[in-house]
Design a protein. Structure first.
Length: 161
């Protein structure tokens, strides 16, 4: 397409408070209006800190997700139920669950005491999410087998003798 507008598209200038003018390209299709902002990265994402421009927010998010190793974990609740989740720092996330504060998973509220019974480093977030979903789709028997296999990997565990 190279610089040409699609049929049914129009260019309308917009201006945010304190920002240079940016062109908005609007294309209408059967489902309604799709709006795309067309501008330079410096216009869309700058963060002014003491007169200096920092990296765009999207770049910082990419750095966090690309450098982080994601893990999947299972927590046994006080009532015997199991909860699966993912995190980059399982110990920190477990602390958030135990604190019963605002970052606690709703399922875990009021189900103390909690115990981590399974954890596995996976890699990136996508793979960890897929593994979490696979675990959540298992029946209780499958989850317990997974937990027991993990526990028996520890030679000092009295449950595996």
């Amino acid at each position: 397409m190279g610089g040409q507008l699609a049929r049914g598209a129009s260019i309308q200038p917009i201006q945010a408070r304190g920002a240079p003018s940016v062109s908005r390209i609007t294309k209408t299709d059967r489902k309604g209006s799709i709006t795309l902002l067309k501008a330079l990265e410096e216009t869309l994402y700058p963060r002014f800190l003491g007169g200096k421009i920092s990296k765009p927010v999207t770049d910082r998010l990419d750095e966090v997700t690309s450098e982080s190793v994601w893990s999947v974990y299972i927590i046994r609740c006080g009532d015997g139920t199991l909860y699966a989740g993912i995190a980059t720092d399982v110990e920190r996330r477990f602390g958030e669950h135990v604190s019963q504060g605002p970052k606690t998973a709703k399922y875990l509220r009021g189900r103390l005491p909690l115990e981590i019974v399974y954890r596995k480093e996976i890699g990136n977030r996508s793979e960890a999410s897929k593994e979490e979903l696979r675990i959540k789709r298992m029946g209780l028997k499958g989850k317990l087998e997974l937990v027991n296999a993990f526990d028996c990997g520890e030679p000092t565990n009295p449950r595996c003798k």
